[in-house]
Structures are given as structure tokens and as C-alpha cells.
Design a protein. Structure first.
Length: 278
């Protein structure tokens, strides 16, 4: 009984801390979350720019593209990712930017994943989850602006919940969890078992929508520290450097998705909302 009370008190303090972090950083945190979310797209576009000839050759030799098809595919990926990242960061036409980046993720999944690899698919689906959360945040921001404008203009406000928004938020949390499964430590030392168990507990809380903000904030901090220590690509060379850079920026996008969860909270489809009706 005493242990349960201590655990409940700790969770309450953690939730209060998460709310305080959101309150103090509400002007900065959404921008940081967006920057982290699009980091992997920007890195991929920069890599394509620096290795343009290699990319074209890869498409021609390994995927049997003609030169024209390879060139067009490369241009679509390069320009599409740069334009999408720019629109997201400058908060211009976010819905169109998200649709563009989602289309590019599906396009890359179709073109490059031959044969399909489970880890690659999970990473791409996790990106879709982060982009869904970004779309929810942009729509919430637009709705808030409309409410403020309507209040100033003396217009009646219609507080009609949008079910699609709630489902997108839930789907984003579920897809985000897929990426976390790919960064679990693949060995069974004591430190790895503790880290995996604690991380899975936090991710379960996020999926269920219970104590969501503190769990997402703590997991984002843990993943950031783990990412900088394990995927330190700046010390590597050759193929290992490319592999570690790929992992680093994909994990950074997951951190961005977790920070977006901190910004948005659990949403309507969550245990926290159901608790209010118990």
C-alpha cells in the first residue's frame, strides 16, 4: 500500500513537472519539436545533394531505372524534402507540407525498400506517426486562432470536437512506438535490460495516454542521450559513418515526435480522458 502511494505521488509530481515545462516553453517547444521531426528529411536531402552521382548510379544499377527516371526520382526526393522541411519550419501551408512529406515517405518505401525489410518499414511508419502529430498540432493552432478571432469579433463559438483529429493523434502515438522498438538494445546486459524495460514502460504509458506528458518528456531525454552516445557518426568513417548518421537522424525524428506529444498532451482517446468520466 505504501509503495503504491509513493508511486502515485511520484507520477503526480512528474506530471506537474511536465505541465510546468510545457507552460514555460510553450513558445519554443513546438519549434524544437518541428525541427527534430524534419531533421531526417533535411539530412536525406543534403546527402542526396552531396552524393548526387552515386544516387543516380544506384537507381540505374540496382533498381533498373533509366537515366531519365533516376534523374526525375532524385529531383522529386531532393526538392520535395527541402520544400516540405521549409514549409514546416516556417509554419506556412503545414497541411500541404505534411501531405508532401508523407507522399515522399511512401514513395521511398516503394522505390528503395527492395526487398522490404521490417526495420526499414517500422522506421518509415514512425515518420508517418510524427507527421500525423505535426498535422494535429497545426490544426489545433489554426482552431485556436479562429476561436480568438471569433471571440474578438463577438461571433458565436462552436466547440464541436473533431473525431478525425482524435484518431490522428492516437494513430500518431501508435506509429511513433514502432520506431522505439527498432532502437531497443539488442543485447542482454544488466544496463540494456534496465534501459529497455524502463523505456517500454514509458512508451506503454504514452500509447495508453496515461501520464502522457511526463512519460514523453522523460523518454525524449533518454533517447537523446542514448542517440548522442551510440550513434556518434562524427567519429566514424566510410559506410559506418553513413549508417550511424542515418540512425541518428531517424532517432532525432522520434524525439521530435515525443516532444510533439508533450506539446499536444494525451488527446481525447486516452486513459487520462476516460478517468474524468469514472
Amino acid at each position: 500500500m505504501e509503495v503504491t502511494k509513493m508511486w502515485t505521488d511520484w507520477l503526480t509530481r512528474a506530471e506537474d513537472m511536465g505541465d510546468e515545462v510545457v507552460r514555460r516553453s510553450r513558445l519554443v517547444l513546438p519549434t524544437v519539436a518541428r525541427l527534430c521531426l524534419v531533421a531526417t528529411f533535411f539530412e536525406d536531402a543534403l546527402r542526396m545533394w552531396c552524393q548526387w552521382e552515386d544516387q543516380i548510379s544506384f537507381l540505374q544499377i540496382h533498381l533498373n531505372f533509366s537515366w531519365g527516371g533516376a534523374f526525375l526520382s532524385g529531383q522529386v526526393n531532393l526538392l520535395g524534402q527541402l520544400v516540405g522541411c521549409g514549409l514546416v519550419l516556417f509554419r506556412v501551408w503545414t497541411n500541404m507540407a505534411v501531405a508532401l512529406l508523407v507522399g515522399l515517405v511512401l514513395f521511398q518505401l516503394h522505390v528503395y525498400s527492395v526487398p522490404l525489410q521490417l526495420e526499414q518499414m517500422l522506421r518509415n511508419f514512425s515518420l508517418l506517426g510524427g507527421l500525423l502529430l505535426l498535422l494535429v498540432e497545426a490544426n489545433d493552432e489554426a482552431a485556436s486562432s479562429c476561436r480568438i478571432y471569433g471571440a474578438r469579433a463577438g461571433l458565436p463559438l462552436l466547440e464541436e470536437p473533431r473525431r478525425s483529429q482524435h484518431l490522428m493523434q492516437l494513430t500518431g502515438r501508435i506509429l511513433l512506438a514502432l520506431m522505439y522498438l527498432t532502437v531497443l538494445q539488442q543485447y542482454f546486459g544488466l544496463a540494456a535490460v534496465v534501459l529497455n524495460s524502463f523505456g517500454l514502460l514509458l512508451m506503454t504509458l504514452i500509447l495508453l495516454g496515461y501520464r502522457t506528458r511526463p512519460a514523453a518528456l522523460l523518454l525524449a531525454i533518454i533517447l537523446s542521450i542514448w542517440n548522442m552516445s551510440v550513434n556518434s557518426w562524427w567519429f566514424a568513417e566510410g559506410l559506418e559513418r553513413d549508417y550511424l548518421k542515418y540512425n541518428c537522424f531517424h532517432t532525432l525524428s522520434v524525439v521530435g515526435g515525443l516532444l510533439m506529444v508533450v506539446v499536444l498532451g494525451p488527446g481525447e482517446v486516452s486513459l487520462e480522458q476516460y478517468k474524468k468520466h469514472w
